[in-house]
Design a protein around this ligand. Structure first.
Ligand code: PMP
Length: 450
């Protein structure tokens, strides 16, 4: 490894960071992570902390998952790459597709289309949704509906259905025909509704209203995260996603579940759709599918959608879409090992138990610190703490405040993530009760330092 001075000087000189203003990385040097074991990361300066971010919601099994590492190195030796474009396949990807079919069968999803990550998975589902309607002779169904505050990656399609201006404005004009409805976000919503069940009904009514306004026959799909993640961990009321599903069915609109964060146990259920008892037409996955060790993703496709493509007699079902790395054998080997470990360790159980501990602990911090306006979570290891300058007005805190909490929390033993006024906590699903205590006491230290 190059020395400290080389790394710090050249990070500033030659590298741009995602989701960061280049001038910001010049002013505030990033933490340079040089190692990781279990649920802990180590930086260049020798600090070792619990990673309460879990990589980027993806390192569900921690950093020492030997079977996934061995699967990757073994596959690199055996077959480091071959494409699965027309005419070729590989053994690993076939085995993985079968495993995923079993895993997602309770959600009614029985085919896999492989990608290189979450944004690719979203793009794939959006495109296949339009194609589905074209095959069925409804070529006018081209629009997409989604939730404000939703996050669906950064390709042009995903950015167009994203519901947060930070990821849109600089890149406009985006895809035409994308329309957003209010999210069931109890703490802040245009209806001033504080009851989650009533808010869900209001948002569903807004969806019906938008469909009527656009015309159902112009809409291809509705896309949503079962629990909104990057938008600030917003779990909808249990009636919301089933309500969306039945409205979509009624109007012939496909339902795309963006499960890039929620699939594979993070919510304390095996998938976000299963958490709410919904059967989507597509589920976008990535992240934890390889525990973050290899860029990879899969779009799972419902049996009913698959039938339309597979029985097409019009010649419109050829998939004119795919990536050089679709079905990458090393990614497939990593995903196979990861799925086996995820099931063997039964991570959902720990995600649910530790998730409750983290959520309750964060609520206890709210009783102690006025800077906390809202705590959201309660479904596995996805928790957000929203900071406010004033609880009565819910006005945003000074921008320096979340950064200060983060800095002190880091020095006190935990890496946390800041997104606007939110502190986002999404640690590996294998962490222990003692690790959760470390995160909570580091947060407490961060708030006490304000
Ligand atoms: N969808 C959701 C719900 C996500 O959270 C993310 C990433 N945070 C994406 C899509 C995009 O995934 P990627 O960054 O792997 O392209």
């Amino acid at each position: 490894m190059k020395d400290e001075n080389f790394l710090k000087a050249n990070n500033a000189r030659s590298l741009w960071h995602p989701m960061t203003a280049p001038s910001d990385s010049l002013k505030n040097a990033p933490t340079i992570v040089t190692g990781a074991q279990g649920v802990r990361i180590t930086d260049l300066d020798g600090h070792e902390v619990v990673d309460a971010v879990g990589g980027l919601w993806n390192v569900n099994l921690g950093y020492s998952c030997q079977p996934v590492k061995e699967a990757i190195t073994g596959q690199l030796d055996r077959l480091p790459y071959y494409s699965i474009f027309r005419g070729t396949s590989n053994d690993c990807v076939i085995e993985l597709a079968e495993e995923l079919r079993t895993f997602f069968e309770p959600d009614g999803l029985t085919r896999a289309f492989f990608t290189s990550g979450g944004s690719d998975s979203v793009e794939t589902a959006l495109r296949l949704a339009r194609q589905y309607h074209k095959i069925r002779g409804e070529a006018g169904r081209v629009k997409y509906l989604s939730l404000k505050k939703g996050y669906h990656g950064t390709h042009f399609g995903g950015a167009s259905v994203n519901g947060n201006a930070n990821f849109r404005t600089a890149y406009e004009p985006l895809l035409p025909g994308c329309h957003h409805i209010p999210a069931p976000y109890t703490y802040r919503n245009p209806f001033n509704e504080t009851d989650p069940a009533r808010l869900a009904q209001l948002c569903l009514a807004a969806l019906e209203d938008e469909i009527a306004f656009q015309g159902a026959a112009t809409i291809a799909a509705f896309i949503m995260e079962p629990i909104l993640g990057a938008g600030g961990v917003i779990p909808p009321h249990p009636s919301f996603m089933p309500g969306v599903e039945s409205i979509c069915r009624k109007h012939g609109i496909l339902l795309i579940a963006d499960e890039v964060i929620t699939a594979f146990g993070r919510t304390g259920a095996w998938t976000g759709s299963r958490l709410w008892g919904v059967k989507p037409d597509f589920a976008c996955t990535a992240k934890a599918i390889t525990n973050g060790y290899f860029p990879f993703g899969a779009v799972m496709i419902a049996e009913s959608v698959a039938q339309v493509f597979e029985s097409d007699a019009t010649g419109k079902a050829a998939i004119g879409h795919g990536y050089t790395y679709s079905g990458h054998p090393v990614g497939a080997a990593a995903a196979l090992a990861c799925l086996a470990e995820t099931k063997r360790l039964n991570v959902v159980e720990n995600a649910a138990a530790r998730g409750t501990q983290l959520y309750e602990g964060a609520k206890a911090l709210m009783a102690k610190h006025d800077i906390i306006g809202d705590v959201r979570g309660g479904h596995g290891l996805m928790t957000a703490i929203e900071l406010v300058a004033d609880r009565a007005t819910k006005s945003a805190p000074d921008k320096a405040i979340p950064a200060r909490v983060q800095e002190v929390a880091y020095r006190s033993g935990a890496m946390i993530r800041i997104s606007g006024p939110n502190i986002i906590l999404s640690p590996p699903l294998i962490l222990t009760a003692a690790d959760v205590d470390v995160i909570l006491s580091a947060l407490d230290a961060g708030f006490l330092a304000l």
